[in-house]
Design a protein around this ligand. Structure first.
Ligand code: PCA
Length: 210
């Protein structure tokens, strides 16, 4: 029986985070071929682009479908890890992306619902990060930039059975005034991915016995 597949994504640089800890962690995990035991894991770095981030994920999923997608981004200025529980149909119209382009509507999709709940096991991810003694909270507001945009659009497209988002704080190796280290960010990402993978694997086993 083939194990379920988890796609783990991080974001590249953008004006407020020239060095993005999410991309740094994803690159390290990919190089080490790290994976939670119950799943096969693919890795992807996303461009911070209104027209580009979601398309990059959808192209990857077409080539290699995954049951779970966990996207990791940095919340500059956050003092804890934030498991995002909602995608909101809103976007900043005045914030250029890494390519210098803006999104010209305050909605992501004028025909879409206002809110879409994340389908990942948010509570389990939260507990898992807490067990590593890292401050973690559930958040119902991922902002109005590319992170919320990507979460909302993936949920709306039902790009995978389960879709989740982890916002991490900035890391000292990427910005000198940060409170966390890259090792702590990596520990939180691994904890969240392990909890997500355990849930994916449980569901797959449930489907086999149903
Ligand atoms: N953080 C930004 C976009 C990419 C990232 O890592 C955000 O919070 O929207």
């Amino acid at each position: 029986m083939t194990p379920p597949r988890l796609l783990l994504c991080g974001f590249g640089s953008f004006p407020k985070a020239p060095l993005n800890p999410s991309a740094a962690v994803i690159a390290t995990l990919a190089r080490e071929m790290w994976s939670p035991p119950e799943v096969e894991t693919d890795y992807l770095t996303l461009p911070v682009q209104w027209r580009g981030s979601v398309e990059t994920i959808l192209r990857q999923l077409q080539a290699r479908p995954a049951q779970g997608v966990l996207v990791v981004g940095v919340a500059v200025g956050a003092d804890s890890f934030r498991v995002e529980t909602l995608g909101r149909n809103c976007a900043a119209t005045e914030r250029p992306d890494q390519a210098g382009r803006i999104w010209d509507s305050c909605e992501i999709n004028s025909a879409g619902p206002d809110l879409l709940p994340a389908s990942a096991p948010c509570e389990a991810m939260l507990q898992a990060i807490g067990r590593r003694e890292l401050a973690a909270v559930a958040s119902d507001d991922a902002g109005d930039y590319l992170c919320n945009f990507t979460l909302y659009r993936l949920l709306q497209a039902r790009a995978a059975d389960q879709i989740g988002f982890l916002h991490v704080p900035q890391a000292r190796e990427c910005a000198s005034d940060a409170a966390f280290t890259l090792a702590q960010v990596q520990a939180a990402v691994c904890a969240a991915a392990e909890a997500f993978a355990a849930d994916l694997s449980c569901r797959a086993a449930g489907r086999r016995t149903a």
